[in-house]
Design a protein around this ligand. Structure first.
Ligand code: DC
Length: 231
């Protein structure tokens, strides 16, 4: 395959189930390459947070869409990752709560909401130089991404990672997190629209036994070989 050249930017799609370490890794890869990091899960989380705040159930897709159509989501690069602004309000501190985590897959099943967010995600990647993480990036959002990674890890390991991220104030047990993650995997894998699926041309990385740095280095060397045209 012909290379893209070191100076030509590429797009990098990173997909995988909840808690596989995608966002940490994607952010580090983006920093290293001086690319823009786009956390698509944060977009679904921001919508979910807004709907929960307004008391609108995921069953009421008409109402969800009506509100979503007038909503402005912005991802602003920040030293600790990115800030998520929803209608100008910084919602970053709220979108990772366990309440949002346990509801988000239900809202993410609404087809027209996905269409709206996918359009926005594609616009963000138009000029290339983007590392985008999610569930359907390599399959649906950016099927032409030059590098596609599918990151996995065992349910136990992913629950442990999330447990270490949550504050004690949330009072969630490790066992509960394992159950939540298994449920979320099932909802993400079984939904009809854009389910969590590994793209045929993705590289699968099982990170259960890998350090973050090892994962980042593996992805970077693949990206560089792709840019050099060695592949
Ligand atoms: O990556 P995350 O855990 O922050 O994602 C939150 C939820 O959003 C996840 O349960 C599934 C959904 N999601 C999705 O359906 N499609 C994406 N591209 C990203 C996330």
């Amino acid at each position: 395959m012909q290379g893209t050249g070191m100076n030509d930017k590429i797009n990098i799609a990173i997909d995988g189930p909840a808690g596989a370490g995608k966002s940490t890794v994607a952010r580090m890869v983006a920093n290293k390459l001086q690319y823009i990091y786009v956390d698509t899960g944060a977009m679904y989380r921001a919508v979910t947070w807004l709907m929960l705040k307004k008391g609108i159930s995921s069953e009421n897709s008409e109402k969800v869409l009506q509100i979503a159509q007038n909503m402005v989501i912005e991802l602003i690069p920040h030293e600790n990752g990115q800030k998520v602004l929803l209608n100008g309000e910084d919602v970053t501190p709220y979108i990772r709560s366990n309440h949002v985590s346990s509801e988000v897959s239900r809202y993410a099943q609404i087809e027209d909401l996905r269409t709206q967010l996918v359009d926005l995600q594609r616009q963000m990647a138009l000029r290339k130089g983007v590392v985008m993480d999610g569930r359907d990036i390599g399959t649906t959002v950016l099927p032409d991404a030059e590098v596609k990674i599918f990151m996995t890890a065992s349910v136990k390991e992913r629950a442990l990672r999330r447990f270490n991220e949550l504050s004690e104030a949330e009072g969630v047990s490790l066992e509960q997190l394992e159950l939540d993650i298994a449920t979320r995997d099932r909802l993400d894998e079984e939904r009809e629209v854009s389910p969590l699926r590994c793209a045929k041309d993705a590289i699968v990385l099982d990170t259960t036994q890998m350090t973050i740095q090892e994962v980042v280095d593996t992805i970077l060397s693949y990206c560089i070989s792709q840019m050099d045209g060695e592949k």
